[in-house]
Design a protein around this ligand. Sequence first.
Ligand code: EPZ
Length: 427
Amino acid sequence: MDRIRIRGGRPLEGRVPIGGAKNAALPLMAASLLTDEPVTLANLPHLADISTMANLLARNGVEMGMNGDMPDGHTGRVVSLQARDAADRTAPYDLVRRMRASVLVLGPLLARYGEARVSLPGGCAIGTRPVDLHLQSLQELGVEVEIEGGYIHARAPRGLKGATVIFPFVSVGATENLLMAAALADGETVLQNAAREPEVGDLARCLQGMGADIEGIDSPTLRVRGVGSLRGTRHDVIVDRIETGTYLIATAVTRGHVLLENARLDLTAALVKALDEAGVTITETDAGVLVDARDRRLTGVDVMTEPYPGFPTDMQAQFMALMATTGGASMITETIFENRFMHVPELRRMGADVTVHGASAIVRGVERLSGAPVMATDLRASVSLILAGLAAHGTTEVNRVYHLDRGYERLEDKLAQCGADIERVKE
Ligand code: EPZ
């Protein structure tokens, strides 16, 4: 299995292009199931999860064509997806187990064909992560759900009927599934306590481009008036705020100076506020977002993860790596997932001083982290170890690189271009 080897201690200096958001691209690809016309997505990142979704959609009758790289030299791809018909309306265990976002075909398959069979995902590295909310809210639109042989068998023999759905807590995936289902339902659907993550807004805007009637985008109440059919469109995938945040922290943790091209600060305000309090200078320029942490002595800052616009759970592990290198103490509280501190024992192996009490971790900054062989169980935990390795004295080897390939395009190239001593060791 491949490993990434880092010799730490070099401040990053240079430019990093930020790509399209994985967590926007996945539901946008699933939305192509809603029409028989081509949906063209530009700025699609090149990631393992995108290939997994492409494989799943191919099973569901979607034909895909690559239209090449972006003309301005960025690596984001332009891909056309056309769902003429789906003989097979299944998301099999093998794919759902590998990528939970496979569950996002449930809403569109039901809306278009009145039926879907999706494997139950089971637990995963960051928590139990059930899909009960997806199912309960689809039932309110008239969907009949049976669980059989580990599969969700969902049917809407009389079509989907608009309804008011009040989510008891915020779920990104359930909001996305319901938006796609409601777009083709009969009558009006109101989604209350909907997720406001920018990726949900991006999906809603693409659906509008396909002819959906949606009001309240980016607010907690979404009002969808179902239409008889949707058409094809062309849509640019929103920039990845988590990739942006990860490079903000890569720069801060090495006390470097980097320009993040294409980045949007408005999508990452909670993190920018915390970094500003810690002592990092972040400015928006015409060329991109400029991060400056040269010669800084950073201080500890407390954060708590929350649904958007709060501090993102997908940045918690990376922020912890940074806090481990400051001159102060920080309390990091995780409220979204119950098991998202799996990086803590690995960071400790690198000399970090972290104690976990329930959902909170107390991090006391140390003078210097030290390189070590480490491994992690999920995407963001893995990248937090890369960040710690960039700051550490000596050599760090991060195992299970396939986690990183799910969500970070050309990670080692982008870091190496800014002067990091980093390489992929193939085995
Ligand atoms: C999305 O996952 C993201 N994935 C995750 O990114 C992200 O961490 C998460 O939102 C929170 O921001 C994609 O967009 C593809 P949720 P999702 O439904 O939709 C519980 C990454 O690293 N819940 O908002 O699955 C759930 O267990 C990943 O890129 C239920 O109990 O997250 C969690 O505690 C990881 N029942 C909370 O809600 C349900 O039916 C929020 O989950 C659904 C969710």
